[in-house]
Design a protein around this ligand. Structure first.
Ligand code: 4AD
Ligand code: MG
Length: 477
């Protein structure tokens, strides 16, 4: 007999048929009621076993964490909270689990503890919900772009270019670190390394995406990116996934429209397709926040927050306008910001971004036209000569979720910027070629995938929305 997934049984509209179900035991009450979960859905299936007909030695092996297979009849459930249950005629133990040693007891565990046993945390309700939703977000992103005629482009993970300037890079080498080849002047001789040059893990697929966009018009990347910055925060990972669309003929306004449409589409997709898991995560968040002072609690329940994001236009304003708001804000005047805002040129810290989004506008915000000095070399220069066509999208509870720009398509201006920022031209010939041969207006952005998962699931630490987080001091599993 083939196994039936628990989701199928729960969502079906019938009873009185034979099934085989496989899964992991969550609890076993009164030697009679098994709560079985197979991950296909949040809810467990109640499997009722007949104490009389089952071997006592077998009953002893039905323990929390064990993997079992049960065969029996689907019947309408008498109990609360579920429509159907299975009355088992036979139970087979597929994999035992010693209840004395199994780290996941049927009780509430802290997120910190679960992070230490990340190999088992998939088996909790919270992480089951998070990783099912993570999958659906990923699918919705691909669907959004595919339905609009974008092509998924695979940018390289090992790269010989480090011109992005997005962050510190992790070196990739096959040299013997105890005895590396040296040049005459004593430096490490990377010409003897695997690729014949210095290489690193990519911090962004953007520059390669630009090359593809200037031929295929509409492309996006979706891959892992790596940053060796020592940011030990609840918003940073050393390995995270990024989605980077790049579109020929789009200016910054088109770019903002695309980003806003994409975010709304994905959030709506999750509202429409993941209600059971969202409902669970909403209650989880409410319970977590019960012990916090009112001012630190989320202003809206999770599902309401998501609907609000879909239904309202994002606020769009320039960096300069934002600086004026911040300079005149109460926390700035009262010296409450750790980094006081004095005026144009200040780099916005997360406290400032969160003030704008959570206190001032109470909506997602798109900031544009940042000072060139705090942004990357490839952003298009405005006529004022001091600001560039950059955009950052700021979300409540998250801060920056997207960073992007219209790109500098004019060869002379780009070369000037590279010189100002000490970026060697020889290393960037391939990039500059797109400006030499058939250049055009184009724009793109990068969405931090885990930050979006964080927003949608209502979790508070980015380490809890990626299966195996990498951060300073930790690369377990
Ligand atoms: O703003 P960033 O650095 O932009 C770029 O890398 C551009 N090349 C994107 C582009 O225009 N194609 O990073 C983009 C987004 C951020 O807004 C943030 O959401 C996320 O990536 N991000 C991180 N997420 C988790 N951990 C980190 N250490 C992150 N650094 C950036
Ligand atoms: Mg950024």
């Amino acid at each position: 007999m083939r196994r039936t997934e628990i989701k199928q049984i729960q969502q079906g509209e019938k009873a009185d048929y034979e099934v085989k179900v496989n899964g992991w035991v969550r609890t076993f009450r009164n030697n009679q009621f098994i709560a079985l979960n197979d991950g296909s859905t949040l809810s467990t299936l109640q499997v009722v076993v007949d104490r009389e007909s089952l071997d006592e030695s077998l009953i002893k092996r039905i323990t929390t964490g064990a993997c079992i297979s049960a065969t029996g009849k689907v019947v309408e459930s008498q109990g609360r909270g579920q429509k159907y249950e299975v009355v088992a005629s036979s139970v087979e133990i597929l994999g035992d689990s010693d209840p004395e040693k199994y780290p996941l007891q049927p009780k509430r565990h802290s997120m910190e503890f679960l992070r230490e046993i990340a190999h088992l945390r998939f088996r909790t309700n919270t992480f089951g919900a998070i990783f099912r939703i993570r999958h659906h977000i990923s699918y919705a992103i691909h669907k959004f772009f595919n339905d609009r005629g974008f092509f998924y482009m695979h940018s390289p993970i090992i790269t010989g270019s480090d011109a992005e300037g997005a962050g510190e890079m992790f070196r990739v080498t096959a040299l013997d670190i105890n005895n590396p080849p040296k040049t005459e002047d004593g430096a490490i001789d990377f010409s003897k390394d695997f690729f014949g040059k210095e290489t690193n893990l990519t911090v962004s697929g953007q520059l390669e995406a630009e090359l593809a966009a200037l031929a295929l018009s509409k492309v996006y990347t979706f891959g892992p990116t790596f940053r060796a910055e020592n940011s030990n925060t609840s918003r940073h990972l050393a390995e995270f996934w990024m989605i980077e669309p790049e579109v020929a003929f789009n200016d910054l306004n088109d770019n903002m429209d695309l980003a806003e449409d994409m975010l709304k589409y994905v959030v709506k997709y999750i509202i429409d397709n993941c209600d059971e898991d969202l409902e669970f995560l909403q209650t989880r968040l409410e319970n977590e926040e019960k012990n916090k002072p009112q001012k630190d609690r989320s202003p809206m329940p999770l599902k309401e927050k998501l609907a609000f994001c879909v239904e309202n236009d994002f606020v769009r304003l320039t960096y300069t306008e934002a600086i004026n708001i911040l300079r005149n804000s109460k926390p700035n005047k009262k010296g409450k910001f750790q980094f006081p805002i004095e005026g144009f040129g200040a780099d916005l810290q997360s406290e400032h971004e969160r003030y704008l989004v959570e206190k001032h506008f109470k909506k997602p915000v798109i900031l544009t036209d940042y000072p060139k000095d705090i942004k990357a070399f490839y952003m298009r220069m405005n006529d004022d000569g001091t600001t560039v066509r950059a955009m950052d999208i700021l979300f409540p509870g998250i801060g920056e979720i997207i960073g992007g720009s219209q790109r500098e398509e004019r060869l002379e201006v780009l070369l000037g910027r590279m010189e100002e920022m000490d970026i060697p031209e020889e290393e960037m010939e391939w990039f500059l070629d797109t400006r030499r041969y058939g250049t055009c207006v184009h724009s793109g952005f990068g969405l931090g995938f885990e930050r979006l998962v964080l927003f949608i699931t209502g979790m508070t630490n980015i380490r809890d929305v990626i299966p195996f987080p990498r951060y300073p001091g930790s690369a377990e599993f």
